[in-house]
Write a protein that binds this ligand. Structure first.
Ligand SMILES: Cc1cc2nc3c(=O)[nH]c(=O)nc-3n(C[C@H](O)[C@H](O)[C@H](O)COP(=O)(O)OP(=O)(O)OC[C@H]3O[C@@H](n4cnc5c(N)ncnc54)[C@H](O)[C@@H]3O)c2cc1C
Length: 377
C-alpha cells in the first residue's frame, strides 16, 4: 500500500492551494479529486472571484487578506501568468447598513485607505452604476478579482513540480484512523498517510458527517449579460462590488475572460441542496431574480443574457469559515464552510492548512474566529 505524509481530500480551490504549500515544504503528498480537475460541479468555477481588502464580514479577516494578496502575487510569479486583477472595489448600501458600516469598520481598524462616495459620486466616477440617492459606497482601491480555474490549475502544476501526486476522477469513499495516521479508501485503491486534510467544499459533510449542520450546501446562480454600453463595464472603468440592496445582496464584476457583465445574488433562492442531486440547470426564475438587480442598478448592462451557471455555497451557521483539526483526531484537519466568500483566501488557506499538518494544529495566524468549538460548546 502506498504511504504519504499527507493526503488532501478534494482538489478544488482550497485543496489545490493546500497541496502546493505542502509539496513546496517537502512533504510527500497525494491529492484526490472525485471529478476531472477544473470541473464545474463544485464552488470554484465561473472565471472570476472578488478579492477585496475592506472586509465587512469581520475585521479579523484583514491580516489573512494581506497575506492572501501577497501569495497571489507570488503564485503569479511562480506560474508566469496573471491571476489577480485590480479594479478597485465598492461596498455599497445604506450608510447604516451592515455592508457599509462593516466595510468602514475594517478600514478604520486596519488603516486601509478608502473613500466614502455617495450615489451621485459613484455614478460620476463609474458610469456603469446607477444607484438610488441615499445609497453610499466605500471605495477601496485594492479591490479586484482572481481567476478560480487558473488558480486551481497553477497551484496543481506548481505542486506537481515539487513532487505532489494528484489523482483526478477518483472518489474517496471512506477514511479512518490507523494509529497516529489515517487510511483512505477510494473507488480505486487504498492509501495511508500521517495526515488527512479535508477540503471537500460542498461535500464536506459527506466526508465528515458531524459537519452536516455546520457546512450546508446551497445552490447559487451566476449570470452574464451583454452590456448596452460595453465601455462602462470594462475592467478599467468598473470596480467590482458588493451591494446590500432591498432585494438582497448582489455582487458583480466587469467584463473579463468571457463575454458579458457578470452578476449574482447571495443566497439566490435560499435552496439548500445535496451536491450529488442538485439541479444544475438554470431557468427563467433564476434569470428574473438577477435581471431585477441589473435593470434597477446597472441599466446600461441590461442586454441579452449570454450565459447562466449554477455553483454551490457551503454555509456555516455564522457564515465564518471552519479551519481546524477535528476534535479528538489531530491528524485530520478541515477547511470548510466558506459561506460564499472563501475563494479570495485560497492562497493563504493553503498555507494555513499546511501549517496545521506540519505544526499539529498550530498556525502563525489568529484563527480564533474559525474554530469548530464555537459550534460545539
Ligand atoms: C456563485 C459563487 C460566487 C462566489 N463568489 C465569490 C467571490 O466573488 N469571492 C470569493 O472570495 N468567494 C466567492 N465564492 C466562494 C468561493 O468560490 C468558495 O468559497 C470556494 O470556491 C470554495 O472552495 P473549496 O475548495 O472549499 O470547494 P471546491 O472548489 O468545490 O472544492 C472541493 C473539491 O472537493 C472534491 N471532493 C469532495 N468530496 C470528494 C470525495 N469524496 N472524493 C474526492 N474528491 C472530493 C470536489 O469534487 C471538489 O473539487 C463564490 C461561490 C459561488 C458558488
Amino acid at each position: 500500500m502506498t504511504s504519504y505524509d499527507a493526503i488532501v481530500l478534494g482538489v478544488g480551490g482550497m485543496g489545490s492551494a493546500t497541496l502546493y504549500h505542502l509539496a513546496r515544504r517537502g512533504y510527500r503528498v497525494l491529492g484526490i479529486e472525485q471529478f476531472s480537475l477544473g470541473h464545474e460541479m463544485g464552488s470554484s468555477h465561473g472565471v472570476t472571484r472578488i478579492i477585496r481588502l475592506a472586509y465587512a464580514e469581520h475585521p479579523s479577516y484583514v491580516p489573512l487578506l494581506r497575506r492572501a494578496y501577497h501569495l497571489w502575487r507570488e503564485m503569479e510569479h511562480t506560474a508566469g501568468e496573471r491571476l489577480l486583477f485590480i479594479t478597485g472595489g465598492l461596498d455599497i448600501g445604506a450608510p447604516e447598513g451592515e455592508m457599509v458600516s462593516g466595510s468602514l469598520r475594517s478600514c478604520l481598524e486596519h488603516e486601509i485607505p478608502h473613500q466614502m462616495l455617495d450615489a451621485a459620486e459613484i455614478s460620476h466616477r463609474f458610469p456603469g452604476y446607477r444607484l438610488p440617492a441615499g445609497m453610499v459606497g466605500v471605495y477601496q482601491s485594492d479591490g479586484g478579482f482572481v481567476l478560480p480555474e487558473r488558480s486551481i490549475a497553477t497551484h496543481v502544476m506548481a505542486a506537481q513540480s515539487f513532487g505532489a501526486e494528484v489523482h483526478g476522477c477518483e472518489r474517496v469513499v471512506e477514511w479512518c484512523e490507523i494509529g497516529a495516521g489515517i487510511e483512505v479508501k477510494t473507488d480505486r485503491d487504498t492509501y495511508r498517510a500521517g495526515r488527512l486534510i479535508i477540503t471537500a467544499g460542498p461535500w464536506a459533510a459527506q466526508a465528515v458527517p458531524a459537519l452536516r449542520p455546520l457546512a450546508v450546501p446551497e445552490r447559487q446562480v451566476m449570470i452574464w449579460v451583454q452590456p448596452l454600453r460595453p465601455e462602462r463595464f470594462a475592467p478599467d472603468a468598473f470596480p467590482i462590488f458588493n451591494m446590500e440592496a432591498q432585494e438582497g445582496r448582489y455582487y458583480g464584476f466587469p467584463v473579463y475572460g468571457v463575454p458579458g457583465f457578470k452578476m449574482g445574488r447571495f443566497h439566490h433562492r435560499g435552496e439548500h441542496v445535496d451536491p450529488n442531486r442538485m439541479n444544475r440547470d438554470c431557468d427563467r426564475e433564476d434569470e428574473a431574480i438577477l435581471r431585477e438587480g441589473i435593470v434597477r442598478y446597472f441599466p446600461d448592462a441590461n442586454g441579452p443574457t449570454l450565459a447562466m451557471k449554477t455553483c454551490l455555497f457551503t454555509n456555516s451557521p455564522d457564515e465564518h469559515f471552519i479551519l481546524d483539526t477535528l476534535p479528538g483526531v489531530p491528524q485530520v484537519s478541515i477547511a470548510a464552510g466558506f459561506s460564499g466568500h472563501g475563494f479570495k483566501f485560497a492562497t493563504v488557506i493553503g498555507e494555513i492548512m499546511a501549517d496545521f499538518a506540519l505544526e499539529g494544529g498550530c498556525s502563525r495566524y489568529d484563527l480564533g474566529l474559525f474554530k469548530l468549538e464555537r459550534f460545539l460548546s
